[in-house]
Design a protein around this ligand. Sequence first.
Ligand code: NAD
Length: 488
Amino acid sequence: TMAHSKALLVLENFIGGKFVPCSSYIDSYNPSTGDVYCRVPDSGREEVEAAVKAAKDAFPIWSSKSPWERSQILNKLADLIEHDLEAFAQAESKDQGKTITFARTVDIPRAVYNFRFFASSILHHTTECTEMATMGCVHYTSRTPVGVAGLISPWNLPLYLLTWKIAPAIACGNTVVAKPSEMTSVTAWMMCKLLEKAGVPHGVVNVVFGTGAKAGEALVCHPDVPLISFTGSTLTAQQITEKSAPHCKRLSLELGGKNPAIIFDDANLTQCIPTTLRSSFANQGEICLCTSRIFVQRGIYSEFLKRFVAEAKKWKVGNPSDPAVDMGALISKEHLEKVRSYVKKAQAEGARVLCGEGVDSLALPAGNQKGYFMLPTVIAEVKDESCCMQEEIFGPVTCVVAFDTEEEVIKRANSVKYGLAATVWSSNVGRVHRVAQRLQSGLVWTNCWLVRDLNLPFGGMKASGIGREGAKDSYEFFTEVKTITIKH
Ligand code: NAD
């Protein structure tokens, strides 16, 4: 109805410093109520073409600014987002389903920090130089921005992951065309409103909203976009790789995970249990780094399981704006059904669901009855070959299994196609090092989870990705290097 559509938030693309309406739109849902509340441009080739042109036109001026000038602009943008932190946090929660508390303490502060971090790190890079005295030569390397960067991001940590790409890309002097997930576009659109005030010249940051199949693919196939930085699923990464192959594009791919937690019998369970609950269920289990396979050494298996399940049952699921709630809604109805189907498959295979989905009942407030909620779910007695132990579920479901030896658990932890993150729990320093060295995983946290220094490489092995992101890694990805030889 008209009255209904008037209340909807309508987003517009941001191209060449201007908001531009689109000819068609996609509905976007509030996951905690199930209502359509926002309309997102359904951009295609035409909109992407305009955005790439704007980015290309802006490149000569932006790329010739000094790192210091760009750094000041990034810091100003960080200040502006921080000034509106509460509004951003509320918008992220409404759009994604996560709790406001999580958006307020994790997503938006990190988006602010992404700009501050790269505003600083861009000032400190040095290039290489070698001397070849016998030839009378010195060699040095020079780094320059690549051009128009295509940035594609997922729905789980919307502004956090998008700014983790925009910040290094523009800090290095590139201009960008970004395409956020069609399911979570609002905070990117809000950020566009701050760009001019921060001093970002028109055309340096362009955002086209829309689906992966239309807008995403148009960006990947555009001949004037030499570089694509993508975070999302392994399946989409395969399509992007194929579509970009004719252009020999430079790709950075941050993909899925099936992350193990390995808990030895000398682990400090008082620290391990609450952290492993968070690593399993934070952000509804919708973080690529979430734990979904918990290997517990036989001697402490029953005690761990008892305490872990008792704590999981205490997690409160419901209205994301309620400060007492630990877990909000999943991203979509389809995703909720997919996550639930894994629990059903596990049961059909004879596994035991110890708490959560299908076992406990979920009482929701009146306004949230149609939201996409589910309880934290713990599954035991599941075989390593089961799809619940092999495939990324990306929801609040975690499997707990027993192991006997170090050798055995390393082999089992490595026996999946993914290799993103792992946690290892033990008070034996030697063992912690040995196991960390042998895990096929881009990140290993021992006796902790999600403690990050953005200076260091972030990314996955095997099907979890290609390339790394971080101060040095992103600098290398977003610049072209040249070796120059000077003979006297
Ligand atoms: P997705 O692959 O479905 O979508 C990611 C983005 O790609 C979206 O913007 C989407 O519109 C776009 N896209 C889809 N098809 C496309 C195509 N053919 N061409 C171009 N673009 C296309 O992933 P998702 O469901 O949004 O996100 C969840 C996934 O992301 C999970 O697998 C999760 O593990 C992964 N993830 C990885 C990291 C990491 O850093 N490794 C971080 C967060 C999420």
